[in-house]
Write a protein that binds this ligand. Sequence first.
Ligand code: LLP
Length: 434
Amino acid sequence: MSEFVSKNLAINEKGHLTIAGLDTVELAKEYGTPLYVMDEDLIREHCRSFRQSMEQYYDGAGLVCYASKAFSCKAMYRIAKEEGIGIDVVSAGELYTAACVDFPMDKVCYHGNNKTEFELRMAIEHKVGRIIVDNIYELELLNKLAAEEGVKARIMYRIKPGVDAHTHDFVKTGQIDSKFGFALETGEAFEAIKKALSLENIEFVGVHCHIGSQIFDIAPFVEAANVMMGLIEQVKVELGHEITELNLGGGFGIKYTESDTPVPYADYMDKVSETVKALCKERGLKLPFILIEPGRSIVAPAGITLYTVGGIKEIPNIRTYVSVDGGLGDNPRYALYKSEYDFVVANKADKAKDSVVTVAGRCCESGDLLGEGVKLQTTEVGDTLAVLATGAYNYSMSSNYNRVPKPPVLMICNGEVKVAVKRETLEDIVRNDM
Ligand code: LLP
């Protein structure tokens, strides 16, 4: 068992940190820093676990759609395609990238609370499997655009189920105040369904909910399934229409630090399937086709980021800043959410973590930190610093703030290194400047 938060990390005979068996210090030397490194084998293993749990507990009557906002590039869409899973996209950019690798469009869910007309047209033209409609304005626009193309748009509705799992103790109120979707409690969702069923160029196939992210509890997922099945029943009883698909979103938590305790995916699928099957039996409903949208849990544990340590500033009785050659440009999650990570000095991975430091980025911004109160091996200029479990919402949330080029992404597959995304150059930085 790895002593690290992700099982693909270990220490070699030189005392260096390894990922998927490769020496991270060597990778940093060869490809430069900052550097994102992703373990493709682990990503594929996660895709398979989700698929298998859908097979095992729900007889395969469903589709796992990777939420590609977590990490999106051509290589990742190729992996999803080869593993036979679908994807969730939220922009023309994500859809375009998926189209570049001939992603099967019937397995695409198109999300967003304010899709543009251009994006809706693009979704129709690409014949995406499901457009997840967020509001009535979008419904009417989509109906009009589909009519112009002479097609029916296949849609699901984004519903606010009133289950808020953003906290550890989930609550069942307070979700009406969200920019996403139709509210259930107020009857808004039910009225909107009536409307969708009346429109000529809309094929209404199902309902969707997403209750939050980095969730460690199965109970809120089960509760959300419960509430959504209630809506499906109401639509059948009152409108005589049988909804055939239920999309339960993503949000499965991962281990960033020792204190995180994720639930195995299989347990989640087991409990949710049991709930849906029991409710269908009890209320005489047909079993819906189930979709789930894991993002973070597929890619986060597969990735690390490597930096080179520069200036170290000891402020007596206050703190020690260890500065690295990246920061909020490649990982804005500490600046945005105070997200915690595990850090390792990759070239001293076998040494004890005997210091506590603040890891600072290189941007002209005091808030550009990667962590505070970070336990670390004694650090010197030139060390390679690894931040663990950065595979999700790091590269995909990166920016060029301060005109710093974005790092490359390496993918390790069967011990081979492939460059999935090239390092940006200074020329890239001025590419669109006139
Ligand atoms: N489905 C929908 C409709 C979503 O909005 C999301 C995430 C997911 C699926 C995937 O959730 P996951 O399995 O990755 O938790 N930037 C934040 C996370 C934002 C998540 C937004 N929606 C972070 O860095 O933690």
